[in-house]
Design a protein around this ligand. Structure first.
Ligand code: ADP
Ligand code: ADP
Length: 229
């Protein structure tokens, strides 16, 4: 589903590569934690998958497509098939829960009837039934992140990218967030989550890919956050 072959990314005016000869394969339906200290290249990895950045060398395939051969007008189509969740939620502040989720479908021209059917289903999937009319400011951080996950998932993406989704959420609430991500993963969506959250990684026992200075230093199935010797 995500295939990086010898990928190097050096940003302009940087002498050190953000990613340095990275090769990794993520299969359909996998759940992968991308860990490593700040500046190790996790966000760069996610941006390359979205074709928000281009590698200097190496090749990237997403869902069987070679991103170097994907013309610019096809990039929005790629991004539609990849849901994204961020540390800071990024909800539309003047839309309620229902409208935030529905908007993701409206902008891609889905019919109203379809939107009215699937939005309540996804709101229920993330555990926000009964809160469809709340405004973001009336929700806790954990609830706002559930809205963000509903919005990312409502179009049934093949891949969900999550960049520090529990970064602004207390540990107890984070467990609920991870249950939702696990539920999304069980529908067959490939999940790639960049995180610093050791407790969460250790509790989930999923594949762990660790970056350090832009290099993969560990790729472990059913892994933990810290290196286990
Ligand atoms: P992480 O997500 O693990 O914190 P990043 O991918 O954000 O790591 O950063 C990897 C390296 O690339 C860091 O040295 C960072 O300073 C650099 N970097 C990230 N984004 C940019 C950018 N837009 N321009 C220049 N350098 C960048
Ligand atoms: P209509 O076709 O009647 O205008 P919309 O689907 O556009 O209906 O919905 C109008 C508003 O009603 C939405 O912006 C939303 O706030 C609310 N709404 C619609 N359906 C639901 C639902 N199932 N749960 C919660 N709110 C809903």
């Amino acid at each position: 589903m995500i295939h990086l072959d010898n990928v190097t990314k050096v940003y302009a005016n940087q002498n050190r590569p953000a990613l340095d000869h990275v090769s990794v394969d993520v299969d359909k339906g996998e759940f992968v934690f991308l860990v490593g200290p700040s500046g190790s290249g996790k966000s760069t990895f996610l941006r390359l998958v979205l074709k928000e950045e281009r590698p200097n060398s190496g090749s990237i395939h997403v869902a069987g497509k070679d991103l170097s051969k994907l013309s610019n007008f096809k990039v929005p189509h790629l991004r539609r098939r990849i849901g994204c969740v961020f540390q800071d939620f990024r909800l539309l502040p003047n839309k309620n829960v229902y409208e935030n989720v529905a908007f993701a479908l409206e902008v891609i021209g889905k019919p109203r009837r379809f939107i009215r059917k699937v939005v309540p289903e996804v709101i229920e999937l993330v555990g926000l039934e009964g809160k469809a009319h709340r405004m973001p400011e009336e929700l806790s951080g954990g609830e706002q992140q559930r809205v963000a996950m509903a919005r990312a998932f409502v179009n049934r993406p093949m891949i969900l990218l999550a960049d520090e989704p529990t970064g602004n959420i207390d540990p107890a609430t984070s467990i609920g967030i991870m249950k939702v991500l696990d539920r999304i993963n069980r529908t067959g969506t490939t999940v790639l989550m960049a995180t610093h959250d050791a407790a969460i990684v250790d509790s989930m026992r999923k594949r762990v890919v660790e970056l350090e200075d832009g290099k993969i230093v560990r790729d472990q199935s059913r892994g933990v956050y810290g290196q286990a010797y």
